[in-house]
Design a protein around this ligand. Structure first.
Ligand code: UD1
Length: 398
């Protein structure tokens, strides 16, 4: 759809794998909004709604075919308008490079709002650039807190939320976290979960796929494992304990383990690759695309992970999830869902927790409040109204 240049501009910034599912929901909702505007223009000369123009920036924090390209394809995301190509580096290098490359883009586009999602370095860098140029910032997935400042994502969340003008949350505990940090309630909007919007939109197609056929499983029972947190995979002792736990669980049922680039590099560097590679039923693969991974998750008997988003996806799918961390920023997945925390530094505890899940009856899928596939539409309604009222930056003094 052609959007007149005078329309308000949203500039979305993404950089990593878990960002792509979230922005896909918001961008699709903007398309629906614009289609609704076109319909109302046909019946009224002065329609109440105005169209929104959107610009997509990919920082290039994740750049591999398997960490990035395949997601654009699976999620039918448009080609980014800007690709910053920042690549890997230390946190300071990565954050600084994103800021340096993004600043001229924001100056050129002069968007009415910069939209950031999640908690990665690209999220923080984009929020900082926009706020310093006095461009309002909307943060999707605001307010999540693990209360563990050793997690780089926790620092990114804390700072991004302080910089944001509009904060979109997935759960009431996130609203409460923001209130405690002094953020005015009229800037906080409980809208639901954009990651679940994308899951709902793609699950039927994912289940049509044939990814499972490629793993030659002799029966349908299998587990899926993912690991990438520095706190789990950067230290020899910690990574070895988890590798051993996965190997032991694979004696009970096949474990499909898509290996993140950081984890693969560390397994090889620390001499642990053979430990995992030699196990017949510990099935190592490259990172998978969105549809293939969703299909595997949906049909799994058990998931072991240190990811954030997978805790939410398994809750909605009703698949038991053992989160290999001591904290979670997503407690609603424990209170209401299928998730539980397991001490990743205790090999026996991980194996015992897996045994307990396998011995228990299947769990019911559960949807926390507003995880109904419509978070993106709620976000766009709020954004459009906020832009229409022209509140702009400085609408808050916090
Ligand atoms: C980042 C995010 C994390 C998110 C995760 C999902 C931050 C602080 N962390 O962590 O929140 O859950 O992404 O994957 O932003 N690499 C590749 N190919 C790529 C990207 C990375 O080989 O396309 C390699 C890098 O060279 C590096 C390692 O993977 O050695 C880690 O990448 P990086 O983006 O720094 O952090 P993640 O651990 O992926």
């Amino acid at each position: 759809m052609t959007i007149p240049p005078a329309c308000p501009t949203l500039l979305h910034v993404v950089g990593t794998r878990p960002n792509f599912m979230k922005v896909a929901s918001v961008m699709a909702a903007v398309e629906r909004w614009n289609a609704g505007c076109a319909a109302s223009e046909e019946v009224s000369a002065s329609p109440a709604r105005q169209r929104l123009r959107q610009v997509l920036v990919h920082t290039g924090q994740h750049y591999d075919e398997r960490m990035s390209r395949v997601f654009f394809h699976d999620l039918r995301l448009p080609e980014p308008d800007y690709y910053l190509g920042v690549g890997s580096g230390t946190h300071a290098e990565q954050t600084a490079r994103i800021m340096l490359a993004l600043e001229p883009v924001v100056e050129r586009e002069r968007p009415d709002l910069v939209v950031v999602v999640g908690d990665v370095n690209s999220t923080l860098a984009a929020a900082l650039v926009a706020a310093k140029l006095r461009v309002p910032v909307a943060h999707v997935e605001a307010g999540l807190r693990s209360r563990d400042r050793a997690m780089p994502e926790e620092l990114n969340r804390l700072v991004t939320d302080q910089l944001a003008d509009l904060l979109f949350t997935t759960s009431r505990d996130a609203d409460a976290n923001l209130a405690v940090e002094g953020i005015a309630s009229d800037r906080i909007f409980l809208v639901g979960n954009t990651m679940i919007d994308t899951l709902d939109a793609h699950l039927p197609k994912a289940l049509e796929g044939t990814v499972l056929d490629g793993f030659n499983l002799d029966h349908a029972d299998y587990a899926v494992a993912t690991l990438h947190r520095p706190s789990n995979v950067d230290d020899l002792g910690d990574l070895e304990r988890l590798a051993r736990a996965l190997a032991r669980i694979s004696e009970r049922l096949p474990v499909i383990f898509p290996v993140h680039a950081r984890t693969r590099a560390n397994l090889q560097r620390l001499g642990l690759w053979e430990l995992v590679e030699k196990r017949a039923r510990l099935i190592l693969t490259e990172p998978l695309g969105y549809l293939d991974f969703l299909s595997l998750l949906a049909q799994a008997r058990l998931v072991l992970t240190d990811s954030g988003g997978i805790q939410e996806e398994t809750t909605v799918l009703g698949v038991p999830c053992l989160t290999l961390r001591t904290t979670t920023e997503r407690p609603v997945t424990i209170w209401e869902g299928t998730n539980r925390l397991v001490d990743p530094y205790d090999e026996d505890a991980v194996v015992d927790a897996a045994e307990a899940v396998l011995a228990a009856p299947a769990e019911a899928a559960h949807r926390p409040e507003l995880w109904d596939g419509r978070a993106g539409d709620r976000i766009v309604s709020v954004l459009a109204e906020w832009l229409r009222r022209g509140i702009g930056v400085g609408g808050h003094t916090g």
